[in-house]
Design a binder for this molecule. Sequence first.
Ligand code: GDP
Length: 171
Amino acid sequence: GVKRRSVNVVTVGLNNSGKSTVVNLLKSDGDRSSEIVPTIGLNVEQFKYQNVMFTAFDMSGQGRYRDLWQRYYKECDGIIFVVDSTDRLRLAVAKDELDLLLQHPDVADRKIPILFLANKMDLREALSTVKIAAAFQLHKIQDKPWHICATNALTGDGLFEGVDWFTQQIY
Ligand code: GDP
């Protein structure tokens, strides 16, 4: 389609899920043009890749920063949700964060695409995308396009296929 104004993508997930690794891989693959550093107390990563502004932050911990990161939901055109597929202990925590995200007023009524990255698929103990989709009850998301793919953010395996799907949804 026709490229429009710059696009905002929010990359979320628990700490240690692999967000920085994903972001660094995308950054290294092309024209990296800006890097803007953190709001105090909240670890925010932001960079522009081609026409897309990526903003990434941890959803875990500090509830008092919730309002800060949730401000990015309003302007976003799509969401990338990164999951550590090996982190069985915190799968329920990730699911709770996903539910909060989906219920947020700036997300709930908008048909923005959500890309799920079932990351660290190279590790033996990784859960399959089918198991993660079931645990997250992704079939219940009916008003937004979504896609889940297994990724290895260290090598990029699976990532670019997911990002291709994502950008097609946005443009
Ligand atoms: P963030 O806290 O979500 O930004 O997570 P990081 O990007 O810092 O990654 C957390 C740790 O997981 C780091 O040690 C990464 O090298 C590692 N990691 C990230 N992605 C993968 C992956 O796909 N496979 C493996 N084996 N390790 C990964």
